[in-house]
Design a protein around this ligand. Sequence first.
Ligand code: PLP
Length: 282
Amino acid sequence: MRVLALLDGTIVDPQAPLFRADDLGVMRGDGIFETILVVDRKPRELGPHLDRLERSADLMQMRLPERDAWERAAQAVIDNWSWDTVPQMALKLVCTRGVDGGDGTPNGFAMGMQIGADTLRKRAEGVAAVTLERGYAPDLMERAPWLLLSAKTLSYAVNMAAMREAEARGADEVIFTATDGSVLEGPTSTVVIAQGRKLLTTPPSSGILKGTTQGALFRAAEKASWETEVTKFPASALFESDGVWLASSVRLVSQVHTIDGTEIKADADLHAEINHLYESNY
Ligand code: PLP
């Protein structure tokens, strides 16, 4: 099931062509996006997602339609979804730099999509991950802003290639490492580890996306007197921690049970507690 809205709130046929062949998003992946979970008509972390969309546009130096337009399109999709039969939706907001040689007018849409079986399985059963090199140093972002590290651009071909590499190695997911061996993020997720009653995650200044799901989890954890720390940590910490999770909007907080073929601590009660914390936000 798909529901597609334009930024003026008009609902259009999701199977009909929408973009010109010379759109820079199509030709070069020159655009940005967000994926938001909507449960029973309520979008989760909409504000942080729209903030991040704006930040990505700033990093890309591209024009972005105003916030009202995104909120209007998102609401149109929500209003036209079949909530009785499909109670959760992945809502994509996509914006490109517009057509090649044009005046820079961006093109965007909001699209509701059904959540895939593979994502539901990862939520329920947890994941086996492999560590893969991402090839940059954690201080590169500041030195080289043109690399767009930490922006959520449409150029996800490398992220998807890494996922195929994981599958070829018999795993479900990837944990990227930096050139100094520190943990970065997954291709579509934030890494969270537990050490006792403390949750840790990698800082966005290492060149990763600031996760809205991780943010929601840490917000609830702090209220429940967990300690939280945003800090760099080595890949070895993945094997020594009390738990490892991959957090993202649609997949939620998935427990990692195996890394590079080695089983790690994956306590079911701790996983239930972490999920309860995250869900307590809504
Ligand atoms: N890191 C990357 C590279 C992502 O693509 C995503 C989401 O797709 C995340 C982290 C997690 O972000 P969020 O929790 O806001 O979905």
